[in-house]
Design a protein around this ligand. Structure first.
Ligand SMILES: [Zn+2]
Length: 54
């Protein structure tokens, strides 16, 4: 799959409140900072890697 398509799929999952495994460490899951429906930032609960939606 194209990396950009994969990224979009991941973001859709995050917006649905589904668990997405961190791409950096492969262990943690991306957790929303605040409400998953409105937040612009997700952080890995294992390595602390962040995703920003701008
Ligand atoms: Zn991680």
């Amino acid at each position: 799959m194209h990396p950009v398509e994969e990224m979009i799929l991941q973001l859709k999952k995050l917006r649905n409140g589904e668990e997405v495994v961190c791409k950096h460490c492969g262990k943690g899951v991306m957790k929303p900072i605040g409400d998953y429906k409105t937040t612009h930032c997700y952080v890995c609960d294992n390595c602390g890697s962040k995703i920003n939606l701008d």
